[in-house]
Design a protein around this ligand. Structure first.
Ligand code: SF4
Length: 555
């Protein structure tokens, strides 16, 4: 089957019995003939391709305002252009599940800008900063998928925002929605000393060919991708991941993993066991997206991610379908990549392959402002660089710094609140959007993360171990609850006085990108282990002190 065809199953003969046999309900898979929408989300996508909503935004909604927006566009198709309505201020987490969507939202939007591979030029950084200050009340969070996320956006401003973004080659196309989201990439692609093959051309080609292509704009749910030579993205948590590996006969290429995803039924991606050369990465990527589109489950939203299909089929069948129906050829078997003892986050000063340095710096929980990004652009330019990278750990890098200017850059970054020598707490803590803006949230996350880091820096100054703390505002795990040393899932818990208050379910001991012997896996969800948000800093402090007291020599 070609990747752009979605054939229906042949018609069945009409049953002659008095009662027609009941057709099995199925999972809504297109390739098995189920083309009628089985839920409202599928209906919205079938009624009109969500990419078409851009014209309505530009021609109608931007002129007539928020109240004119068709609800199916507002809460459905807008996402394909990176737009979500944001949570109305002052609604507590206890009401998240009981209010109707329109009661939860205000007339402003969250807007995600995709920065595929996390790569930003100075010109792009300046535009991102300007938009933040002019249209987004100075918000510009760095997400853990290398996006920039604005808040307080008005629909009236979208035509001008798109004009400015697109003037420097940035876009919001398919930044959200049931479609191919941003492609994660190594923040040091093309400059790292230990990178053998720079995958940036494959990322660029995928974006050029397929983002905004209506053949791929109606998937069962979101589709997350990662392409890197180094283990510096959370690759196992993606629907598809390409990881660098050397083939003994064919040289450098990529090992392919499929079916990862966290959220409420977390699964780690599995190796297909194939080796793919750089030039073929886009075709293989499109084949896997094609399988997802045609065979992915569309009946229930909570079973619609690729991971469920991979779990049901197994990787052998998945590979066979990919080769026979989508690529029309067999793929080469490939070796497993070597995995480091821990994923790289690139914080600090490191030497590039060309002898210059890159500097990785940490804001706190990815929170930066447009003002700060504008200052960053000035600092970067003053130190002779033209390139910034965002990381999937809510951090950023400045590339191409001459060795003799590196100390000055580190000091200048510190002066604008970006720390290249951060504490273990600042370095390892991430937080999702949370109740401040997210309609699904149950608890506050960003401000709590900032408080937590400040408190731990004060109480455990000099803590010398790597530690990851991922704070999530609900079970959706946008900040990867299950794969942190301390993963925190927001929920209401019973406070000391018996009333429900904001708190967290704790997962301990998860990790990604681990070598044999330190196998990647999910943290243990300790049933009874919950903490109120207020007690969180004390709880983390106790865990850290216990770890320090009990750790083995050299651990
Ligand atoms: Fe929103 Fe929940 Fe995702 Fe946090 S984890 S951004 S609260 S959906």
């Amino acid at each position: 089957m070609a990747v752009n065809s979605t054939p229906d199953r042949p018609e069945r003969p009409v049953a002659t019995a008095t009662r027609a046999p009941r057709r099995p309900r199925g999972e809504g898979q297109w390739a098995l003939g189920h083309r009628e929408p089985l839920n409202p989300n599928e209906r919205i996508k079938k009624d009109d391709d969500p990419l078409n909503v851009r014209a309505r935004i530009e021609n109608i909604y931007a002129h007539r305002g928020f109240a004119s927006i068709d609800p199916q566009d507002l809460r459905g198709r807008f996402r394909w252009w990176g737009l979500y309505t944001q949570r109305k201020a002052g609604i507590d987490g206890g009401r998240t599940a009981v209010l109707e969507p329109h009661e939860l939202e205000d007339e402003f939007f969250m807007l995600r800008v995709r920065v595929d591979g996390g790569q930003l030029s100075l010109a792009q950084l300046r535009v991102v900063a300007d938009i933040s200050r002019e249209f987004a009340r100075d918000t510009a969070d760095i997400t853990d998928r290398q996006n920039i996320q604005y808040h307080w956006i008005r629909v009236e401003d979208m035509p001008e925002i798109w004009r400015r973004l697109e003037s420097v080659g940035l876009q919001t196309t398919e930044a959200c929605g049931d479609c191919p989201r941003i492609v994660l990439g190594s923040p040091v692609a093309g400059v790292a000393r230990d990178e053998v093959l720079d995958p940036t051309p494959a990322i660029d080609e995928i974006v050029r060919r397929y983002v905004g292509d209506k053949q791929y704009s109606n998937l069962p749910r979101k589709f997350k991708s990662s392409i890197s030579w180094l283990v510096d993205t959370p690759y196992e948590a993606n629907d598809i991941a390409f990881l660098g590996v050397e083939h003994p006969d064919h040289g450098p290429g990529f090992d392919v993993w499929v079916g990862g995803g966290l959220s409420t039924n977390p699964m780690l991606a599995k190796r297909l066991g194939v080796w793919v050369p750089l030039a073929e990465v886009p075709d293989v990527w499109a084949g896997v997206v094609g399988i997802f589109r045609d065979y992915g489950y569309r009946r229930l939203r909570n079973r619609a991610r690729l991971k469920f299909l991979v779990a049901d089929w197994g990787v052998e069948k998945f590979r066979e379908v990919l080769e026979k129906e989508y690529l029309g050829r067999a793929l080469l078997d490939g070796p497993a990549p070597e995995l480091p003892s821990k994923p790289l986050d690139h914080i600090g000063v490191r030497e590039q392959a060309d002898g210059r340095n890159y500097v990785g710096a940490a804001p706190v929980v990815g929170r930066v402002s447009g003002t700060q990004l504008a200052q960053l652009a000035d600092v970067v330019e003053a130190h002779g660089s033209d390139r910034v990278r965002l990381t999937p750990y809510q951090k950023l890098l400045v590339l191409d710094v001459a060795p003799e200017r590196t100390d000055s850059l580190v000091a200048a970054l510190r002066g604008i609140g970006l720390e290249a020598e951060p504490s273990a707490w600042r370095r390892g803590t991430m937080a999702c959007t949370g109740i401040e803006y997210c309609k699904l949230a149950i608890v506050e996350t960003k401000a709590r993360g900032e408080e937590l880091v400040a408190r731990l820096e004060e109480r455990l100054r000099g803590f010398d171990a790597d530690i990851s703390i991922h704070i999530n505002g609900c079970p959706n795990a946008c900040a990867r609850t299950q794969v942190a040393d301390i993963g925190l899932k927001g929920q209401l818990v019973v406070g000391p006085d018996g009333r429900q208050v904001e708190g967290f379910q704790v997962h301990l001991g998860g990790g990604l990108g681990m070598a044999q012997g330190q196998t990647a896996g999910f943290g243990r969800k300790l049933r009874g282990l919950k903490t109120t948000a207020e007690e969180l800093p004390g709880y983390v402090e106790r865990v850290a002190r216990r770890y320090l007291a009990g750790r083995a020599e050299g651990e």
